[in-house]
Unconditional design. Structure first.
Length: 293
């Protein structure tokens, strides 16, 4: 059997029209940002592919949508550019931002006339993803960061699918959208996404290690109430702690049984002394009553 080889290709296909617009999608380098917040720089991206082995369930996956306009672009600063995209079902949109508005490397190496570009995620309808942009002029290179939460319950267990694809775009509120093809970020190795969910509500599941050597770490929930007089446990389904009082009954009627929160059970022997020197005092282990002899 021949080995299967997957090639990671940087897709750059312009949706060319009289409006002089083109688009590109790149994936943020996984080791360049905190996966709990999202981030990265498009100028540091290695390719457009999202590699599953670099991520774990619940991570933020950052992708860059790069828009370029030429000198003949007819839109104005008030024109609304609406982009329709298709995201993998496992990628839940969390936000979009202009990576050219800060002091990152993109601003100095890639962006052009894009510091004022505004982006937004309008109310989403249907199964697609809509992004809107304004204040885009001619001769612009804008880098839009798109952050997603990786939901493993919706992950497709396939070798290769699309993480994000540009379907169409239009300028203004009227007119027919311009369809696109090939502006896509592949999602490779979805089966390799690290899933640290052990199905136990009594553990805190976390990802440990470095970006190139990750593993799962599990920390048990502490249900200890600090009392030696309770049996402490955790329900693995609900994660709720239970602290059940222990029994200190020693089965001996001649002792007073009690519990000290610090040391646990205590058994104090009862006194059967009747202060009468003419009797022999003892205690029945079952009845615990005074038996004068």
């Amino acid at each position: 059997m021949r080995p299967i080889i997957y090639l990671s290709i940087i897709f750059f296909l312009s949706c060319i029209s009289a409006d002089d617009l083109s688009f590109e999608i790149l994936a943020a380098a996984p080791s360049s940002y905190d996966h709990s917040t999202g981030g990265g720089q498009a100028c540091e991206a290695v390719d457009s592919t999202v590699h599953g082995y670099s991520y774990s369930c619940g991570d933020r996956v950052s992708l860059f949508l790069i828009l370029r306009t030429g000198s003949t672009y007819k839109g104005t600063a008030s024109s609304v550019i609406t982009l329709s995209l298709a995201a993998d079902p496992s990628l839940t949109p969390r936000g979009v931002s202009n990576n050219c508005a800060g002091n990152g490397k993109d601003t100095s190496t890639l962006c052009q006339n894009a510091g004022a570009v505004q982006t937004s995620l309008p109310v989403q309808t249907g199964g697609g993803l809509t992004i809107q942009m304004t204040k885009v002029g001619p001769n612009t290179v804008a880098v839009i960061r798109c952050d997603f939460i990786l939901d493993c319950t919706k992950l497709q267990k396939v070798d290769l699918c699309n993480a994000l694809e540009l379907v169409s775009w239009k300028i203004g509120n009227s007119g027919t959208p311009t369809g696109c093809s090939g502006v896509v970020a592949p999602f490779e190795g979805t089966a390799n996404v690290l899933n640290c969910n052990d199905g136990n509500a009594c553990t805190t599941d976390a990802v440990a290690g470095s970006s190139d050597s990750r593993y799962c770490s599990y920390t048990a929930k502490n249900c200890d109430d600090g009392s030696a007089c309770t049996t402490d446990s955790c329900d693995t389904t609900t994660g709720k702690c239970s602290n059940v009082p222990i029994s200190c009954d020693d089965g001996v009627a001649c002792t007073t049984d009690s519990c000290d929160a610090k040391v646990g059970c205590k058994h104090t022997q009862q006194s059967c002394c009747d202060s009468n020197f003419c009797t022999l005092d003892s205690c029945d282990l079952k009845k615990g009553v005074l038996i004068p002899l």
